[in-house]
Design a protein around this ligand. Structure first.
Ligand code: MCN
Length: 796
């Protein structure tokens, strides 16, 4: 990858290898499951095999008699002591929200729900004894099909609630004053333009991190300590304190190195609740580590929507309106941002375009399946898929090139800042530049020519070209915006920068990396700001004792929010050091300049390095009068706006028209994420993100049978791609700096996932459109593609 930096400095834009990788890839780190404490007991969960059932009895006697079993506890044993899982930011005041007990005593609402916990001296003994717990169930009718669940008379996921409909959230540009009337625009286009109507399904996906959930609780010290493979140590501490009444100061949550999250560890999970409660009850350290099957079954799932879409346009291809009606499957409970995921998407369906009218409605629905929540991209991949598929459909209807139709409708680079029909203000972007670069890298014209040749000669293997020009809103989030959505938390981030006596720097961030390489990129930012060596900066995170304040890592926020907090803290350190430099150099503060780690007296060669000042401040032998002997500072930064990366992704797919088999031929993408801190890390983030998005298009799907059992409950059936399944991608970037943070950066952690899915599906459809195919449902398996070509049911 060749990086074009707008703002070259010593460290910013440097391909630094990740500091953290040495310990990660040589096995020298300690994951949560590696932790052993004296006298530690082990937990195994007993889970419901039924999607919906009353628990009529639980006989734990055989399990209790098993070797080295200490106790077996059910929901009834815990009673109130277990509390309830923190759920749901209610997206509407009248949202219907079921009570979510970590271990229900009377009724289970999805297959995999926990009904008992076995505590034993070893993990193997706990798991063996869990098999002996005899639970009697009375099966109830289950709500399993999203669209059927909203029909009258459908089985109810929670009979006491009287409905499966949780909340209806609506945005209308006319009512909001951000645009005109979409119904009028569609009606006009029906007589005098083009109307495209489609229904797309976003299948259910499962976050498949390398390290399944693991949690250790030690209640024996002054504080209650929890180690957890989580993305959210700070939010978890808050949730534990808020629901159990233990003061935050008595709770320490540590997220050590965490083997991936992808949104799936953004949850205060029942397993954490139960382990916490068992540890406190027994007064002993306890550990629970889930198996891969448990992880697939019960860690929250993602996506699962039906999208009904209507796009209207003038005959010349100018879009006049977009109407979106969603059904979103929450699963059995409303997870921490379960309802919020589709709402986040609501602001993104208009993407990079200047639509004059827009209406969005989303009905969230309770079913008897695993609960859903954020999965890499959370709302934005669904929205991007919908609009980018529709733009391709519009181009096809008009017989025009899909890039040309997009360009006709997108916001031109000179029009920024631009307020969209969804009410967001995009600060910067240059869709023309990213598209031109991607087009060239991809060889767009050559591939179109090849496609034409293959069509004309009736080749068995046809070529399709898929386009996805995406933007997204990341950098969650301006606290005021969250407040306006009645969300219960803010979106700031905290950082501290401390110069140590030796001139080295200790940095603390409230962001909590779980694979993103913050230790490296954040070291680069501080090294750049203070002018110290990269190697001299140490970044600490993921422990509420060390980083007392923070809001953790999700929504591609860590750099744009946490990085900006770091910049501000580092700049304050420089300001603090300035009077000391003036004192040491016997000059006026006004004459002191700071550059590349050195304070100097303007117009002279006299100077002192920031490291020397750190030592002088530490010894405090000779400081300016009234100077506090410390060279550290904190900053808490609340972003003023979201952050809007964008890019153009182009994909070429070969489709065997006889077998339906699909093969990726080429993938080129140009992302614009403003200033790039570390191109190597960014490239890794994009590659990983691409594979996740491509996997949704081609392979991954959580499949339930008619009784609500997850049949894709292992990696044999849940098709997670390996490196061998993908090709080498052509990845590059353009750089249009963000205007809302001082580094000019935009987030990248989810970009590849958001952009790639529609590029691939558009390419598959494009390959066989001339055979009468208008859609292929994801994942585009050979069977579905074959059925689509042959007009059989079950393809689209
Ligand atoms: N970066 C950079 N220059 C930029 C933008 C980002 O150098 N202009 C660097 C950052 O410094 C950081 C990394 O790229 O090291 C990602 O930054 P950012 O976009 O701020 O995203 P976050 O760190 O907040 O990570 C969250 C994001 C999300 S939401 C998911 S889901 C996700 C992802 O990151 N899950 C991941 N990437 C993942 N990567 C791994 N390995 N594992 C996961 O579970």
């Amino acid at each position: 990858m060749t990086a074009t930096q707008e703002r070259p400095t010593a460290e910013i834009g440097k391909d630094r290898r990740r500091k953290e990788d040495q310990r990660l890839i040589t096995g020298r780190t300690r994951w949560t499951d590696n932790l052993t404490l004296p006298g530690m007991l082990h937990l195994a969960m007993v889970r419901s095999p039924f999607a919906h059932a009353e628990i009529t009895s639980i006989d734990v006697s055989a399990a209790k008699d098993a070797p080295n079993v200490v106790d077996v506890l059910t929901g009834a044993d815990f009673g109130e002591e277990l509390g309830v899982c923190i759920n749901a930011w209610p997206i509407t005041p009248d949202q219907v929200t079921p009570v979510h007990s970590p271990m229900p005593a009377d009724r289970v609402a999805f297959a995999g729900e926990i009904v008992a916990v076995v505590i034993a001296r070893s993990q193997a003994e706990a798991r063996d004894a869990a098999e002996l717990v005899d639970v009697e169930y009375d099966e109830l009718p289950a709500a399993l099909d999203l669209r059927a669940a909203v029909e009258d008379g459908a089985p109810l996921a929670h009979p006491d609630l009287g409905t499966n409909k949780s909340a209806l959230w609506v945005f209308d540009s006319k009512e909001a004053g951000t645009g005109g009337d979409v119904e009028e625009a569609i009606a006009k286009a029906r007589t005098d333009g083009v109307v495209i109507e489609r229904e797309f399904r976003q299948q259910r996906l499962i976050p498949a991190f390398m390290e399944p959930r693991s949690v250790v609780v030690d209640p024996t010290g002054e504080q209650l300590t929890m180690w957890s493979a989580t993305q959210i140590p700070h939010i978890l501490r808050f949730a534990l304190a808020a629901t159990t009444g233990v003061p935050e100061s008595k709770i320490r949550v540590i997220a050590p190195d965490v083997g991936g999250g992808f949104g799936g560890k953004l949850q205060a999970a029942p397993e954490e609740w139960i382990t916490w409660a068992v540890g406190r009850r027994l007064g002993k350290p306890v550990k629970y580590t889930e198996t891969r099957s448990e992880s697939l079954m019960s860690a929250h799932h993602g996506r699962d929507q039906w999208q009904k879409l209507t796009l209207s346009a003038d005959k010349d291809g100018t879009v006049t309106g977009f109407k979106v009606d969603l059904l979103a499957d929450l699963g059995a409970y409303v997870a921490i941002v379960g309802g919020g995921v589709p709402v986040l998407g609501a602001f993104m369906f208009n993407a990079i375009y200047k639509f004059p009218t827009y209406r969005f409605s989303c009905q969230t629905v309770l079913t008897n399946k695993t609960w859903t929540d954020a999965y890499r991209g959370a709302g934005r991949p669904e929205a991007t898929f919908a609009i980018e598929r529709m733009m391709d459909e519009l181009a096809a209807e008009l017989g025009r090139d899909p890039l040309e139709v997009r360009e006709q409708n997108w916001i031109k680079h000179e029009e920024f800042p631009f307020t969209t029909v969804a009410g967001l203000e995009y600060d910067s972007g240059n869709y023309e530049a990213a598209t031109a670069k991607a087009r060239e890298m991809f060889g767009y014209d050559e591939l179109r020519a090849e496609q034409k040749r293959r069509r004309e000669s009736g080749d068995r293997v046809q070529l399709g070209i898929g386009v996805s020009t995406f933007t997204e809103m990341c950098g969650l989030a301006p606290s005021r915006v969250l407040g306006s959505l009645d969300y219960g938390a803010g979106g700031w981030e905290h950082a501290s920068v401390r110069m140590l006596a030796t001139g080295k720097v200790e940095v603390i961030t409230g962001a909590s990396a779980h694979g993103q390489g913050h230790e490296t990129a954040f070291s680069q930012i501080v090294a750049d700001r203070l002018g110290v060596a990269f190697e001299d900066v140490e970044v600490l995170h993921g422990d509420t004792q060390v980083a007392a304040k923070g809001l953790d890592t999700y929504g591609s926020r860590s750099l744009v929010v946490g990085g900006e907090a770091l910049v501000r803290a580092a700049d304050k350190v420089v300001e603090k050091a300035k009077p000391v430099a003036a004192h040491m150099l016997e000059a006026s503060v006004d004459d002191i300049e700071f550059s590349s780690g050195r304070f100097s007296v303007r117009g002279t060669d006299q100077g002192v390095a920031i490291g020397e000042i750190a030592t002088a401040v530490f010894t405090a032998h000779d400081l300016p009068d009234g100077m506090e002997p410390s060279l550290d500072s904190d900053a808490t930064y609340d972003p003023v706006n979201f952050n809007y990366p964008h890019g153009t992704h182009l994909c070429a797919m070969e489709v065997d028209t006889e077998t339906g088999g699909v093969k990726m031929r080429k993938y080129a993408c140009v992302d614009d994420i403003g200033t790039v801190i570390n191109p190597l890390i960014v490239s890794g983030q994009v590659h990983g993100g691409l594979v996740q998005g491509i996997a949704q298009a081609l392979w991954e799907e959580a499949v339930y049978d008619d009784s609500g059992t997850l049949v894709s409950g292992s990696f044999v059936d849940y098709l997670l791609p390996t490196a061998a399944d993908t090709i080498s991608f052509d990845v590059d970037h353009t750089s249009t700096p963000a205007t809302t943070n001082s580094l000019g950066t935009k987030g990248v952690g989810e970009a590849g996932t958001i952009a790639s899915t529609p590029a691939v599906v558009n390419a598959v459809v494009d390959a066989v459109r001339h055979l009468g195919v208008a859609d292929v449902q994801m994942p585009c398996t050979p069977e579905r593609v074959w059925k689509a070509i042959n007009g059989a049911a079950g393809a689209g």
